[in-house]
Design a protein around this ligand. Structure first.
Ligand code: S3P
Length: 426
């Protein structure tokens, strides 16, 4: 196990940090490119281990991959077959859930397995609708946990109301729907990220999007030419770092700020943070985010905004820990089902560095230090990349260093985090 010792900043966080390509878009780009007949070109893919797992998975199904002379990835797709070995998704819940739906459209058996964290993540939410479409899906504990065995083939469309807001489940059903007989409709009461439907449309799929509903009909896909924008979930760490650390002035260019992903910016604005969007490109849903230090105040987070910021709660909890007043994160029971139980992990980590926080069944309460430095200390992020990065950020305005153990978890999504940290923090 490696540790990272994050030291308090003396001058703040400055400069321009280019974050990795968006993880959600990267997984989907690979899966769609593998399905499309012909050659796709994808640049700016996330280099995190999660996305590398999906890249390896598509080759196991027969997609060809290679480097493009311009620096991106070429994917030759369209002729997929049953893989001859277990697909290892590592730490990636997104990979296993999307692949469950994607492989249901391929005749034969696919076995999906991952690490100890993935083995604890609920799969019934994806298995149940896929079974309703005619796939045979089994797994550990009566089909509820990985490893998953998916026998794909003849599918039929369904009209499905998501019981929990989940873009992974929506995506899995839509990907299976590409090969199902008839129309497949997914309905959601609370909006979630729209990458699957947007990218399917870009590949020429027969897809119809209406408020609260997406319908896809079977058909072939066109290859993609795509530049993956920066990941807002990674940008959130730097934005919070600048917001809480006196003297900071930082920009993060080319960040995806489209529907379902930018909720953390709204929360920070409610906290009186100094954040602004520059160089907005509406056609690509991207912007440069500029963040500067300002004293912040507590807010209440909950309701329909939660899916749009669920992955950013560890970073937002750190912002709350330095704000004036008590911030509550509610309606976020899903947080307990991520790479770790993030309610428990974030509360324990904040307390370990001198913060004050409590668990709630559906979220957490953070009592802010009102600008006073937290003490610092030793943190175990329980193998969770986002908890590790959030607590490294918490060190910046702290009185003492924060030693984060199990730092290798960060490679899941942001292998160059430490490099960027050394460059921007002074
Ligand atoms: C993701 C959806 C969210 C998010 C995850 C990525 C996606 O999960 O937390 O990191 O790419 O679809 P849920 O679908 O479980 O809400």
């Amino acid at each position: 196990m490696t540790s990272f010792v994050a030291r308090p900043a003396s001058r703040g966080v400055h400069g321009r940090v280019r974050v990795p390509g968006d993880k959600s878009i990267s997984h989907r780009a690979l899966l769609l490119a593998a399905r499309a007949r012909g050659r796709s070109t994808i640049s700016g893919l996330s280099g995190g281990e999660d996305v590398l797992r999906t890249a390896a998975a598509i080759t196991a199904f027969g997609a060809g991959t290679g480097a493009s002379p311009a620096g991106g990835l070429l994917v030759d797709g369209g002729r997929l077959h049953e893989p001859d070995a277990v697909i290892d998704v590592g730490n990636s819940g997104t990979a296993i859930r999307l692949l469950a739906g994607w492989s249901a459209a391929i005749e034969g058996l696919t076995v999906l397995a991952g690490d100890a964290s993935v083995a604890r993540r609920p799969m019934e939410r994806v298995a149940e609708p896929l079974r309703a479409m005619g796939a045979r899906v089994d797994g550990r504990a009566g089909g509820r946990y990985p490893p998953l065995a998916v026998r794909g083939g003849a599918l039929h469309g369904i009209d499905y109301q998501l019981p929990v807001p989940s873009a992974q489940v929506k995506g899995a059903i839509l990907l299976a729907g590409l090969a199902a007989e008839g129309a497949t409709t997914v309905r959601e009461a609370t909006p979630t990220r729209v990458h699957t439907e947007e990218m399917l449309a870009a590949c020429g799929a027969d897809i119809e999007v209406a408020p609260g509903r997406v319908t896809v009909r079977p058909g072939e896909l066109r290859p993609l030419t795509l530049r993956v924008p920066g990941d807002p979930s990674q940008a959130a760490f730097w934005v919070v770092a600048a917001c809480i650390t006196p003297g900071s002035d930082l920009t993060v260019p080319d960040v995806y700020v489209g529907p379902g992903r930018a909720g953390f910016l709204d929360v920070l604005r409610r906290m009186h943070a100094d954040v602004e969007l520059l160089e907005e490109d509406a056609s690509a849903s991207t912007a440069t985010i500029r963040a500067r230090f300002a004293p912040m105040a507590a807010t209440q987070v909950g309701g329909a905004e939660v899916p749009s910021l669920i992955d950013e709660i560890p970073a937002l909890a750190v912002a709350a820990a330095y704000a004036e007043g008590t911030t509550t994160f509610a309606d976020a029971a899903e947080l307990r089902l991520k790479e770790s139980d993030r309610v428990e992990a974030v509360v324990a980590a904040l307390r370990a560095v001198g913060g004050s926080a409590e668990e709630r069944p559906d979220g957490l309460v953070v009592h802010g230090a009102g600008g006073r430095p937290l003490a610092g200390g030793k943190v175990d992020p329980v193998g969770d990349h986002r908890v590790a990065m959030a607590l490294a950020v918490a060190a910046l305005p702290a009185a003492g260093a924060v030693a984060v153990s199990g730092w290798e978890a960060v490679a899941t999504s942001y292998p160059r985090f430490e490099e960027d940290y050394e460059r921007c923090v002074s």
